[in-house]
Structures are given as structure tokens and as C-alpha cells.
Design a protein around this ligand. Sequence first.
Ligand SMILES: *Cc1c(COP(=O)(O)O)cnc(C)c1O
Length: 390
Amino acid sequence: MSIRIPYGRQDICQRDIDTVIDILRSDWLTQGPFIEKFETTIAGFCGAKHAVAVSSGTAALHIACAAMGLKKGGRLWTSPNTFVASSNCGLYCGAEVDFVDIDPRTYNMSHEALEEKLRAAKKSGRLPDIVVPVHFAGQSCLMDRIKQMSVEYGFKVLEDAAHAIGGRYKDSFTGSCKYSEAVVFSFHPVKLITTGEGGMILTNDTAVYEKLLRFRTIGITRDSRHFKGPSHGPWYYEQLELGYHYRITDIQAALGISQFERLPEFVERRRFLAARYNKLLASLPVTLPWQHPDTCSPFHLYVIRLKLDKIRKTHRAVFEQLRSDGIGVNLHYIPVYKQPVYKQLGFNDHCCPEAEKYYSEAITIPLYYGLSEKDQDCVVGSLRHALLDE
Ligand SMILES: *Cc1c(COP(=O)(O)O)cnc(C)c1O
């Protein structure tokens, strides 16, 4: 059977469509006025000084690492419970990557495990240059603890907030850069707001910001203040370093602005549906998403864990049964170190025990703005059937 209810999907309204059509009729398809407008809108909302919009969340992570000075021989640590982009960014820069096990309640990087690993790394002189906390499913990591450790052990913090735009930690919005050098968002269609493909880096550090602008545009500058030699004339530009072509288009940026206007509505609906799942699933043999009181998640994902000792089916059988009912369940995530690219680097297949245990029990069930309560009831019915029937 085909998938009738996906695990996530975008919501495009008539205004989004009209906005894109207007841009198609304008003078600028790329590098027009909407990119900067998109950047200042998001930076203003998050309370960050600077923002740079790019072609994807992956590109954002890559040039954030580069702008923060990560190089060959450097070290980057992140969570294994994430999309591969969170650690690939380290590999792109020629750095060594390592993983910090997850917290069994939030499924974010555990700060206890981080502290323990930092203590050991200090002794062996192998401290990380950058740590990438991932705000899994939208719930912020405990950023004050991570910030404290960054001061004590001398690393920089890059937040992977691909799931977390519109979320909060204590009194600030995710993206404020209050606890980190930079924060990255993704605007892939499955994320909270979309530009088709797209990403953004926020930072309060002006030097990092200027590097990001150059890395986004091949390393080229037209600003004479940065030239190494004399200008040859009005056509002159210089390539100062080997940058990338990671620009976003004006079409996408305009769509992003239009989508962003509905972010509060999107978050409110997702939180409503998550609370509704919590009630409807309370009596089933599953662990519901636990939320730390200092966080307010926009619920990019709704993940349950099966209590396998209380049911007579395997994790895989439950997953397959839901899929055969047309429910587009998913699994976020296969621990990154299990991927062939990482195994080749020498990672042990079971190096993070909490991430392993989580991986053997987790299922992402459908949650998105346009999910109707009737369809949500179908998901619950199908899950109940899969869990309780022989
Ligand atoms: C989606 C995602 C990314 C990458 O974003 P793209 O825009 O798809 O490149 C990075 N990290 C996490 C945790 C993600 O979910």
C-alpha cells in the first residue's frame, strides 16, 4: 500500500505561491533584495546580529565550520543521533570527527557524557575545536551547561538547529547565539519552514559573518578595502580564498519570508498535535517524548520508543505494519557512525550504547501542520493495533 499519511510535509499557501510568481516576473532571480530581507527578518526574530542564507543546511554547516577556523587536523564532536550533515561538515574541513552519546530522555547529546569525554580528552591532549549540539526534534540542548564547558575546555559551539527554528531555551529563541559562536537552520521541505532547499547561519561575531559571506560566493570580493593588489578598474574583483558556490536564490528567499510569517501558527499547531498524541498514546506500551522544563520545542518530529518487553512484536514488525497501513513512519536516526563512510574511518559499530538502544526502539510518527485530527486518530488506531494485537 502507498503512504497515505507521511511523517512530515510542507504547507504551501496561496500567498507563498503569489510571492514566488512575483519574483519570477521581477528583475532578480538570484542575488536580489529578498536574500538580505530574509536574513534580517530571521536574525531579528532570533535576536542574533548577523545571518547568512545559503543553498542548504548542509552548506550552512560546512561554511560555519570553515568560518570558525576548523582545519585539517582539527577535531569536531557531535551527537550520533542526527542527520549525517552534522558530522560531515567536520570531514569537509579535513577535521577528525567523534561522537558523544545521547541522553536517554531527550535523545540530545548528553552533557554528562560530554563532560566525561572532555576530561579524558584533556588528559590525552585531544580536546575538540568545535562541538556541534543538535537540537533533536526541536528540543534545545541544555545550552548553559554546554557554554560553561566550552569556556572551561576551550572549544567553540556550533548549534545544529535544523529542527528547531521557533523553539526556545530559557528566555531566548533558538538562533540567538547567546550560547554559541553560530547556529544553523535548514529549510528543506520537511523542516518547520521551507524554501525548497535552503539553510542559514546566524552569528553575533562580525569576523565570522564576513568570512561566511565570502565562503558563500566562491571567495570573491568586490569590496576594495579587502583587495590584496591595486584595482584594475570598475570591473575588478578578487578571489581571496577558495570559497564555494552556496548561494540561495531570490525566489527561495522570498518564499522563506512568506513561510516565516506563519511560523508561530506552524509551531502552535505542532505543539497542539503533540499534546494530543501525548493524551491519545498515554495507555500504550510506548515512551512519549520527554521535555526538559527549560525548553519549548516546535516539535519538528514526534518520536516514540517501543517498550519491547511489554509487546510480543519486534521493532521492525511494528514499523512494517504501520507502513503497510499507509502510515509513513520513519526512524530518526541511524547512529551516524554506522554509515559506511564512518565505519571506514574506524568507528566501532556500537560505540554509543544509549544511541544504540534508542535506535532499536524509536519510531517517528506523522506530525506536521496540515495533519488533521482525523488522520492523527488513524495513526493512533494503526499503532494501537500494531502494538496490542497478536
Ligand atoms: C535536515 C538536517 C540537516 C541538513 O539540512 P539540509 O538542508 O537538508 O542540507 C542538518 N542537520 C539536521 C539535524 C537535519 O535534520
